[in-house]
Design a protein around this ligand. Sequence first.
Ligand SMILES: [Zn+2]
Length: 330
Amino acid sequence: MTDWIQAHDAPSAPVELDTLDLASLAPGHHRIAIRLADDPAGRPVFAPALVAKGARPGPVFGITAAVHGNEINGMPTIHQLFKRIPPEELSGTVVGVTIVNLPGYLRFKRTFPDGTDLNRIMPGKADGNESQIYAYRVKTRILDGFDVLFDLHTASFGRVNTLYVRADMTHPETAALARAVGPQIIVHNAGGDGSVRGTVASQGKPAVTVEIGDPQVVDGAKIRASRIGIRDAMEQLGMLPPDDQVAPHNAVECTSSQWLYTEAGGVLDVPVVLAQRLKRGETIAYLYDAWGAKLRTYHAPFDAIVVGKSTNPVARAGARIVHLGVVGAP
Ligand SMILES: [Zn+2]
């Protein structure tokens, strides 16, 4: 081995499980691989997961990441969180699935290999097509074992997000956990959209989506903030004693949000900044043609806060411009 490579102790091989069988695990930390499918060569397709099983009983707190395969930030968030979960201080069990959509992850893609968005087809179908079967197994082998869900995402390609949370704020336990995370913005969203969060929420369980920055990157500051906030949510549930780090509690809460789209193609410039408060009529974007002539100026259609925005200047007709939140309580 060359002198610039330092070897560390080999970690224990992950334990392969066909389903998230927490009863079979002793108190402590575990590295597991939950088998979800077989590829055409017969190799297992699995979801890597960390489990911290506490010394005392309590809820199963589930965290999922990379349901969209190129949304990486959730994975190091789980890694860092688990370094701060001593099983002897834990009541209940924490499960962190670092990659739900392994086939998408391997291709640097948001979607499943058949082009389907797994976060729109939950709970899938036991006898469906490729992505429906996979979604069904994610639900039955992983999600159904959770009492609480935190689903970690990022923006999509060509867009940036604030650190924001989507949750059904009319569900009191969900609302309390969403606030515990201490994001910049909380958007009320009831679910019912075929999402992982919606599937768990439809069972009456608290379920929160956390949007952590941008795709296919590791963003240290947003990961740290998310890690502190998710740990605070566990503390609020009585699963862990308070530590010395507390998320800020100054989130702007929104009743709804919507994207604005271009209606023409061109070169898009979106000069607003993330979390900027906008008055109705304020300028939010410009569209130019390929010769530099200004084609359109876009204005805020209502008083809003900028939840996310496009960073890709190459705009087709129907390109996303900004994601605007409507400030208020549902
Ligand atoms: Zn996502």
